[in-house]
Design a protein around this ligand. Sequence first.
Ligand SMILES: Cc1cc2nc3c(=O)[nH]c(=O)nc-3n(C[C@H](O)[C@H](O)[C@H](O)COP(=O)(O)O)c2cc1C
Length: 188
Amino acid sequence: MNETIHTILTRRSARAYQSRQIDEKEMHEILQAGQYAPSAMGQQPWHFTIVQNPDLLEKLQILCKASFQLSDNATMRELASSDDFHVFYHAPTLVIISGNSKAVAPLWDCVLAMGNMLIAAASLGIASCWQHAPIMVYGSHTGPASLSSIGLTFPSGHIPYASAVFGYSAQPLPEAAPRKPDTVTFLR
Ligand SMILES: Cc1cc2nc3c(=O)[nH]c(=O)nc-3n(C[C@H](O)[C@H](O)[C@H](O)COP(=O)(O)O)c2cc1C
């Protein structure tokens, strides 16, 4: 198995982080991996917002936790009821990829870019975890205004489509769940 495939198979979501920030050079390599993702018609309609300010991360975390508390999903409500639950698992970096909503396929473009970033990070020994909460908050009725009130804004005409935290894992990463059977059909 080559190194790239090995990295893809061994990447796992981390849910406890050290406070140590990611090395600047490695952060830029991870971002570059995102910027080199394929995009519909080569439009590259994305913008990468890197949140590393601890106060802003905490304010956003509080908004996200509140949205979990109001969620229809019982698991989310239960998670958010615990004082110990930190939506970002105390990771020092959150990346939000927004896209120009008028582009051909901005959701897919941004999600592919984030996929590249998760793999690139894993190849450098940097852990990550996809974060749905900031996207959910933005999508709520008051979301854009509440994000903007804490200082989190996006380029004009952009919608945030993908977000994930990055940092050094504070614990060994879990084994991958077994893959579901019967998910492949060859038509030959
Ligand atoms: C669209 C999407 C949303 C996700 N949202 C969250 C999230 O909000 N919080 C979280 O801890 N993990 C989140 N995850 C991570 C998944 O739970 C994780 O990828 C899955 O359990 C498989 O584990 P693995 O990444 O270690 O292989 C999300 C993953 C995806 C693809």
